[in-house]
Design a protein around this ligand. Structure first.
Ligand code: SF4
Ligand code: SF4
Length: 421
């Protein structure tokens, strides 16, 4: 599997189908999607309106697939889309959308703008118009395992170190374990303590788990760059490892888009239903909580709030699970305005964290999140996505906001009664 590059306009034309036609036919040009998008609200630039980002797709559809568009084209009333247009639009399509889904929630006619932006990215990637950082990450994920180059040897060393630190063995490639746990490269690099936290939590719940040496990576660069082939290959890799190790299920870690890719889109990407359960770690922990398998002692008494990762709460539905787990460890929990499905994105989703040319814009669109936090003045910010956590830390530092960012899994492990029930 390689990242295919080809004729730009033909690749984009291939994306035009009934949902695309229905989308553009039903848009009533109300502008509500713009008001929902952090890139528009923070810049006031109409270029950043979600519907505007779809303009190449709309122009191609209108000119070639509608009666009036075809007549207009024949009369020379419209200009054909060119490769130069695609090259120009690449920056807009990749740098000013985190695939957060807020615009889709706002659209009164139910248009899923985020899905359309993904479709546009599919065409762009197939045509070769994608940011270099994402292209290189996709090649690394396909030729190795991790999109940032965290190799098996490094993973083994991290696993050994964390097992030694928490005093609980972590066995890789353990056949017959209950769960195959996937980890994101950001966790390996920036938050490896999550491995020790997982060891404590699985032990407390009386469940066995393992990490596959050939499928440890949870993140799916194919979803971010817009390549169903790449995304499907990466999902299949994990499904194959689950079969090889004969586990009952696969756990996705504190990573938003990995959850979307593996839990919700995976079967369509690989063209087959799963025969193992796929569950997010927050969902699994909440299941164990409900079954009385997780017991905690004491709580953090500082004023804590929760950042809902877009793909986990808005598009993943795990908002209540996170609140119930927060209630186990937070004595003074405060919600921000717009928390839950309407939460504001950290600014780093949809591949923006790997797209270095978008850094300044990413920091600019941190505005809504900054205002959410300033209004409730928390002493700690908890989240369940390591990409969000990384981006939040960077932005908070940029804006001189002294606020620790914590991972929910690690927090639970910290207050855990470690004896199995
Ligand atoms: S998905 Fe989010 S970032 Fe992208 S256009 Fe919609 S609201 Fe804006
Ligand atoms: S919110 Fe929906 S109907 Fe309104 S402009 Fe955006 S896509 Fe069109």
């Amino acid at each position: 599997m390689t990242l295919s590059l080809g004729n730009g306009l033909a690749a984009l034309r291939e994306q035009i189908d009934a949902p695309v036609a229905a989308f553009f036919s039903s848009c009533v040009h109300c502008g509500l999607c713009a008001e929902a998008c952090l890139f528009y609200t923070e810049t006031g630039d109409p270029h950043y309106a979600p519907i505007r980002k779809l303009e190449p797709l709309r122009r191609l559809w209108s000119r070639e697939f509608t009666l009036f568009g075809r007549i207009g084209a024949a009369l020379g009333l419209s200009r054909p889309l060119t490769e130069a247009d695609l090259a120009e639009w690449e920056v807009l399509v990749y740098d000013s959308c985190t695939l957060c889904g807020r615009c889709s929630l706002a659209c009164p006619v139910g248009n899923d703008l985020t899905a359309m932006i993904r479709k546009l990215r599919e065409g762009m990637t197939a045509a070769g118009y994608a940011p270099e950082g994402l292209k290189k990450a996709a090649v690394r994920a396909l030729t190795g395992i991790s999109p940032v180059g965290v190799g098996e040897h490094s993973v083994r060393k991290l696993v050994e170190a964390q097992a030694a630190a928490c005093g609980i063995p972590i066995e890789m490639d353990k056949e017959g374990a209950d769960w195959l746990v996937t980890i994101s490269s950001i966790e390996f690099i920036a938050f490896p303590e999550v491995l020790g936290a997982l060891a404590k939590l699985f032990k407390a719940a009386g469940a066995t788990w393992t990490i596959a040496s050939d499928a440890y990576e949870a993140t799916n660069i194919g979803v971010q760059i817009g390549s169903r082939d790449v995304a499907g290959t990466l999902v299949q890799r994990i499904v194959d490892a689950a079969h090889r190790l004969k586990v009952k299920g696969v756990v996705t870690p504190e990573c938003g888009h990995a959850y979307q890719a593996l839990r919700w889109e995976g079967p369509n990407l690989i063209g087959a239903a799963y025969d193992v359960e796929v569950i997010h770690i927050i969902d699994l922990l909440d299941r164990w909580r409900a079954a009385g398998k997780l017991k905690t002692s004491g709580k953090d008494t500082s004023r804590l709030t929760y950042h809902d990762p877009c793909q986990i709460s808005r598009r993943g539905g795990l908002e209540p699970q996170a609140r119930r787990l927060m209630a186990m460890v937070a004595a003074d929990f405060v919600e921000t305005a717009d928390a839950g499905p309407w939460n504001w994105c950290c600014g780093g989703g949809g591949g923006l964290s790997a797209n270095h040319r978008a850094k300044d814009l990413r920091l600019t669109v941190f505005g809504p999140k900054k205002r959410q936090l300033e209004a409730v003045k928390p002493e700690g910010l908890v989240t369940a996505c390591s990409n969000c956590r990384n981006i939040l830390e960077e932005a908070l530092q940029h804006y001189d906001m002294d606020l620790p960012v914590l991972g929910l899994v690690e927090m639970l492990a910290e207050y855990l009664d470690e004896e199995p029930s």
